[in-house]
Write a protein that binds this ligand. Structure first.
Ligand SMILES: [Fe+2]
Ligand SMILES: [Fe+2]
Length: 257
């Protein structure tokens, strides 16, 4: 197996009636550039079946393994199961609180949830004024973070990547209005990825945020919203060999003694 995995990533396609010609053009060469395509949600604009059918027709032609989570716009669907099955029939695995390992036990595991807003207090921001909507969002934030926690725990591979729609840190939001931050993500997600020492987080949703950032614990975070990159963006993640993993284990045993 190769020593790294090449990830193509994109979020926030917001497909309505057509796929932008530029994206179609970029997708043609994707197979030569990446081993896997990660889509961070908001594939559709309104969660409509017609929209997801257009997206599926486009994605089917890409022909590399594809993973996605649902964004808040996809969640507008009133036929969630059907919506997901259309994507899966075109070869896109929809992660919704679960995970997928590529390359076996020495490979790479992707855990995915959409996530939620909720804000970044206390790690990275002031508390958000509490009202009914924010309280409901905080409940949802905790629930989604728990689902991410379980999905990451279930991965039996040395390298883990978290796929989210909402952001786990403010560092990839710079450029967005400050007042919008609580709607763009939450720090509970950040705590979970730090706990699992995830190799990389990919998210979208912040269309005018910043492309690169990190959680308070130092996990690299990549905002792959299409508008930020003019389409697909790319990232390589090194894979650890069994020898690397064993060496790390021995080192950590040494550190404890
Ligand atoms: Fe979006
Ligand atoms: Fe979104």
């Amino acid at each position: 197996m190769a020593s790294k995995i090449r990830i193509a990533a994109i979020g926030d396609l917001h497909i309505r009636t057509t796929v932008p010609a530029d994206l179609v053009r970029q997708s043609i060469g994707l197979r030569a550039l990446a081993d896997v395509l990660v889509i961070t949600g908001d594939i559709t604009n309104g969660g409509r079946i017609q929209e997801v059918e257009i997206a599926a027709e486009f994605l089917r032609r890409i022909e590399i393994p594809m993973i996605t989570v649902l964004g808040n716009h996809d969640r507008r669907t009133t036929r969630r199961r059907h919506f997901i099955s259309i994507l899966e029939q075109s070869g896109v695995r929809v992660l919704d609180g679960d995970s997928l390992v590529i390359g076996g036990r020495n490979g790479i595991g992707f855990a995915g949830v959409g996530g939620s807003g909720g804000g970044f207090w206390p790690e990275e921001a002031e508390p958000t004024p509490s009202n009914r909507a924010m309280q409901a969002m905080a409940v949802r934030a905790r629930r989604e973070a728990d689902r991410l926690d379980r999905a990451l725990s279930a991965i039996d591979a040395p390298v883990k990547v978290a796929v989210l729609h909402f952001a786990p840190t403010v560092s990839t939001l710079a450029g967005e209005p400050l007042a919008k931050y609580p709607l763009l993500g939450n720090s509970v997600l950040g705590r979970v990825v730090d706990k699992h020492r995830v190799a990389l987080v990919l998210h979208g949703h912040a269309h005018i945020g910043a492309p690169e950032g990190a959680t308070p614990g130092g996990v690299p975070v990549h905002n792959v919203a299409a508008a930020l990159h003019g389409g697909f963006s790319f990232r390589s993640v090194p894979l650890r060999t069994a020898i690397d993993a064993r060496q790390e284990m021995l080192t950590s045993i040494g550190a404890v003694q």
